[in-house]
Design a protein around this ligand. Sequence first.
Ligand code: COA
Length: 417
Amino acid sequence: MSKKPLEGIKIIDFTHVQAGPACTQMLAWFGADVIKVERPGSGDVTRNQLRDIPEADALYFTMLNSNKRSLTLDTKKPEGKEVLTKLIRESDVLVENFGPGALDRMGFSWENIRELNPKMIVASVKGFSDGHHYDDLKVYENVAQCAGGAASTTGFWDGPPTISAAALGDSNTGMHLAIGILTAIIGRQQTGRGQRVAVSMQDSVLNLCRVKLRDQQRLDRVGYLEEYPQYPHGTFSDVVPRGGNAGGGGQPGWVLKCKGWETDPNAYIYFTIQGHAWAPICRAIGKPEWIEDPNYMTAEARQPHIFDIFNTIEAWLSDKTKFEAVDILRKFDIPCAPVLTMKELANDESLRASGSIVEVDHKVRGKYLTVGSPIKFSDLKPEITGSPLLGEHTEEVLLELGYSAEQVAHMQESRAV
Ligand code: COA
């Protein structure tokens, strides 16, 4: 079997909850040796959160920590510090997402780590970037979505700011951190030196909200946003409003009801009116007379009655399920998709075949579903494994570091590991 691209890269995974673990899990999929360092006895808090099987690690943990090894270590005890020091000397990357200052308080500041191993890359997730006026705050997902501009621009205009179910603050930040780590590894090949890589959750959310920053500037200049439902009949204030399900770019779109919506909360499709697809749309929905009608011919002409158009499309959809509708519309090259539930996604044969959803084995819970790599390579097929039990690899890692079996037993007795 050929080598995986990140084989030989050793990562001290000092992460917990979601943002950091999502990053290191991806690096593990691609071949890195990821050693998850956890507090003896308890471990990552997600092992216990939202358990569905009383004695088994929660899915929250198992789905973010596949392909890793678990080492328990109390890094506040002298023996624990000694083990961590040894690990730092022979690793490539240390990833952490502790609260602000925790690593320094543990005695492992960036300066200390650099002294121990000048090649080390230290990668951190924090809620806010260094020097930000909120940089002392601890942060979780939804806090970041509020701080990064996602919440104020998500939801309906007559409702409160709304949180997205997608982990824009957590996993998204982890993905940014992975890019930072890989960049630092390539940088090190040129300079021979490691460096500090830091990603804030606020910045990562903001990076995905860039179109809303675009809209703020357009609003400042012209006073309205033509693709929002508020235009042209409603009013705009001086901040980007929530746009419901409107399309974020130049293509108007909306979530439209299909057959069965009265009882099935997900009997909907997303329908996009792509400008150059107007003629096929008219043909598909049985309104060929709209193709040349000056009231409908251009995007500008359509905008004032865009919701009348959506209502007409909904009338056409009323006797079609979301799947039937998409099967018809795809023949006309119209950008659309059914609104899929988690149950439908879990059973989706295409996602199983591509490895985007995989079934893996866990020593205690048995089989469970988890996500596989969303990145596909021609020469690498990541094999997803179950997550490690707490401390499953403690002895193995300590022996690799040169400790004797007696020393390991002593550390276990004193609860340093
Ligand atoms: N051995 C000994 N001590 C350990 C340890 C180990 N193996 N692992 C962690 N600890 C200690 C830390 O040193 C810290 O001690 P201190 O505060 O006395 O210095 C303590 O555990 C708590 O760490 P902290 O990360 O602050 O945990 P928390 O539960 O209070 O906060 C978060 C959790 C997620 C809010 C916080 O870690 C945070 O804001 N992280 C940055 C942003 C982030 O990643 N958010 C989560 C996204 S999913």
